[in-house]
Design a protein around this ligand. Structure first.
Ligand code: GLC
Length: 547
């Protein structure tokens, strides 16, 4: 079994994790200093969002040098030290690769836009406009945000360039072999320094239709947002699956340990599974449905079943409740920590690789920050005109600053993120005196202790970290239940979660509770599940069971 099959991932947004040099911005040294928090928590792999040189217009997702480190985050030596320090503690490390686009300040783009016949002129996706004056975009492709064309006019070249995300993030031309070679060299640069793999930023959109055909108009919803056009010619194209295989081949040049690729891709499960390419493509792809979970047993059952069907072993589903782009999961249940505990149990006991976003383990919530003062370019460019009252009511956060506020370490000024008297780059959530690592540590009722227990239980039980998953039928409609079975040892665990408002009972002969929330108990073959509670039980003797 390769290491990452059994791993768990913790996402660090470096700007907001820990500030070691008192400039109000988190940095790599801050991460190194806090690695023991991750060891205490019990995670297996750390994913660090981008820290490469960048004008920071999209806070690192706009790169100007793929093999450097932005000065506010540290130096190349600190990055290497981070890898080594993590390895010393038994952690794996993934970095974040933004392959689709660079910053418009990247020297490649500055050169490329200068003329139509310079050595970098074909490194980005340039096209002539339509219409009599050539000022109409080349086709109907929309940006990721849908509200504008993906094409941006360049006065200098008298042509359009493609920018799938924001206008200052021009898309690279991956059909140019020089681009591919340069980017693969950047990948090797970090693999040579020992990184264990990569999270791949908007990977699904890299290879576009070379004929620039229009996308078909078909209004629909996608991951919670309305879309006008199907992205037939711009997302998850057959060539993109080929690119996943080529990238896999680069990683396969390295071994001991095997290196891992985790894609940020969007689409239906039967499309996403193609990226695995029989184990020769992306090892994992995020399944974002949990980001938009409905607190409902049937919803979880249907979602898990769908992904079990599409990602059978040895494929691994990759569930995620939160990340740096989406609402904190706690806010989706109105700040109810009992419900957050149930969600934690589900996330860490379903089959697959769970990802936890920094602060999720202590129950950090969204920090309301008005759109008109957003630093996030998505909010400040596109949504600042939405009335604040309407913005407050939305389930999704348009201003991603709200989910990126500093990690809350303790009850001291600035929550221990940066020293007192220093202004953090984003305000600290005012709930920090009650919600922080120090205050929750050792409190058996806290979310932090629950997460620690869940990670420990998961590690200790092969059924939970590598077993099969079987959904249990015949339970009350508001109870979710599944069995995990390790084929090698025969160990069996079962998980029950009551997401309803009525106390429920379930038979579970010869079972012992290993972790429970919300007052769930298991005694004399019966599991009691108060509303909003969950339990993990292990079978004491293999054999027939009522669960
Ligand atoms: C991904 C990142 C997001 C970033 C965007 C553009 O969706 O998660 O934070 O702004 O790509 O790189």
């Amino acid at each position: 079994m390769v290491w990452w099959h059994e791993t768990t991932i913790y996402q660090i947004y470096p700007r907001s994790f820990a500030d070691s040099d008192a400039d109000g911005i988190g940095d790599l040294r801050g991460i190194i200093d806090r690695l023991d928090h991750l060891v205490d928590l019990g995670v297996g792999t750390v994913w660090v969002s981008p820290f490469f040189p960048s004008p920071q217009e999209d806070f690192g997702y706009d790169v100007t040098d793929y093999t450097g480190v932005a000065p506010e985050y540290g130096t190349l030596d600190t990055a290497v030290e981070l890898i080594d320090a993590a390895h010393d503690r038994g952690l794996h490390v993934m970095f974040d690769l933004v392959l689709n686009h660079t910053s418009d300040q990247h020297p490649w783009f500055l050169r490329s836009k200068g003329s139509r016949d310079n050595p970098k002129s074909d490194w980005y996706l340039w096209a002539d406009g339509r219409g009599r004056d050539g000022r109409k975009p080349p086709n109907n492709w929309r940006s990721a945000l849908e509200v504008n064309s993906a094409w941006q006019w360049s006065e200098e070249r008298g042509q359009f360039y493609l920018a799938t995300f924001l206008p200052f993030q021009p898309d690279l031309n991956w059909r140019n072999p020089e681009v591919k070679a340069a980017m693969f060299d950047a990948v090797r640069f970090w693999l040579d320094r020992g990184v264990d793999g990569f999270r791949l930023d908007i990977f699904g959109q890299i290879m576009k239709d070379p004929q620039l055909r229009d996308n078909p108009f078909a209004p629909h919803m996608a991951t919670g947002f309305p879309r006008g056009w199907r992205r037939e010619h711009t997302e998850n194209t057959p060539d993109n699956i080929v690119l996943a295989q080529e990238l896999h081949a680069v990683c396969a040049e390295y071994s001991d340990p095997d290196r891992i690729l985790l894609g940020e891709v969007f689409g239906p499960p039967d499309v996403l599974r193609e990226y695995n390419a029989g184990g020769r493509g992306l090892d994992l792809v995020f399944l974002f449905d949990f980001l938009l979970y409905e607190y409902d047993a049937q919803w979880f059952e249907d979602t898990i079943r769908r992904f079990e069907d599409s990602f059978p072993a040895p494929m691994q589903p990759t569930y995620v409740l939160e990340n740096h782009d989406r609402s904190r999961s706690l806010d989706r249940v109105g700040g109810d920590r009992r419900k957050a505990a149930v969600l934690a149990v589900i996330l860490l006991t379903v089959r697959g690789v769970p990802t936890v976003y920094m602060g999720q383990e202590i129950g950090m919530g969204n920090t309301y920050l008005p759109l008109d003062r957003a630093l996030d370019p998505v909010a400040s460019t596109y949504f600042r005109w939405i009335p604040e009252v309407a913005n407050r009511r939305l389930g999704e956060r348009l201003n991603r600053d709200e989910v990126r506020t500093p990690m809350q370490w303790d009850g001291s000024a600035n929550a221990g993120f940066t020293p007192a008297g220093i202004r953090p780059w984003l305000p600290v959530n005012p709930d920090y005196p009650q919600v922080n690592v120090a205050v929750e540590a050792g409190d058996p009722e806290s979310l932090l202790e629950l997460y620690r227990r869940l990670f420990a239980v998961r590690r200790a039980h092969p059924a939970l970290h590598r077993g099969s998953l079987h959904l249990i039928s015949g339970l009350p409609a508001d109870v979710l239940g599944y069995r995990r079975t390790d084929p090698e040892t025969g160990q069996q665990c079962a998980v029950f979660a009551n997401l309803g408002r009525t106390e429920r009972q379930v038979r579970a002969v010869s079972s012992e509770s290993v972790v429970g929330t919300g007052g769930a108990t298991c005694a004399d073959g019966t599991i009691h599940l108060p509303p909003d509670s969950a339990i993990v039980v292990v079978r004491q003797r293999p054999g027939p069971s009522t669960v």
